[in-house]
Design a protein around this ligand. Sequence first.
Ligand SMILES: [Zn+2]
Length: 364
Amino acid sequence: MKSSFKIGSVMGIPVKLHITFLLILPVFALVFSTNEAPFGFAGTEPLILNYALSLLTTILLFVCILLHELGHSYIAKSYGVEIRDITLLLFGGVSSMEEIPRVPSQELRMAFAGPLVSLVIGAMLLGANYIVTSSVPGYAGTSIWQMFYILGSINILLGLFNLLPAFPMDGGRLLRAWYAKRMSYIKATHYAASFGKMFAFLMGILGLLIPNPWLILIAFFVYIGASEEDKSTTISILLEKYSVREIMTEDVVSVPPDITVEELAKFMFEHKHLGYPVIQGNSLKGIVTFTDIRNILPHDRFATLVSDIMTRDIISVSPEDTASDAFKVMTTNNIGRLLVVSGDELAGILSRSDLMRTMMLLNE
Ligand SMILES: [Zn+2]
């Protein structure tokens, strides 16, 4: 299912909206329209003006979040990092980058740029509001004042929140960069993640004591983010040293496209794998899995050929790619095995267990 769609691009970076964003949009607008001043427009007459202002504030809020992400992207681009896209979702924005620089001073600037943008926008909005309030009588009661006040305050909060020294917040990256100047990148990530987990733990306890369910929820989110960052960084750094060719399996059991599904089912039963490349002559035509067979009714299996049910869109890697790249392809596409293709010929197959085995050996 397509969970996000493109709405345009800025600085050559595609900007996407995630479906969760569409869910949160009316919720935010509703909160703004029912909250009392200064954090909402409740009581604004006519009602349509209240709704319009609430919606406008929500949209501008997400524009500010986009600007925060663009802050990160702008610095990243200046270091030659490719930004695939920026997605706006439920709790803010995410920039998906090709590779975060492992140079501490670069990561430091990149991580700081986002919160800096939020803090500057916040300070400008609140500052401008303050100046106008003190010179224009009656302005403090107007809807425009409220809108500036809401957006200014949220931007300041957003900037500060992102500076909390824990993954997945920007502050976690700042902390790692600080450690990385003093030790290896893996160790630095591990220290920063441990700090983040401890921080999340304390936040969770505070959430229970106050009690505040939001704080507990954020604590969970920070804890998981820290563990994920630690794990994925370690994996990708360890696997970077190897090429796909070095760890793939070269003897691949394949099937021809012109056998029937019935024959394929028997073949699978004998060979015990659940997925096979389909090969004709020397060239790779597709991939066929147990799920493809299951979709065919038993009495149709004698008349249906492998070529009718195989997947032709193959997600593959090249033997020269790094094992770390292959791992990323597997995780983003949520697949357990990748075909290794050179030209249009199958060079081998790489499974998640091949990667895990390599990881285990490396960790010894
Ligand atoms: Zn950020």
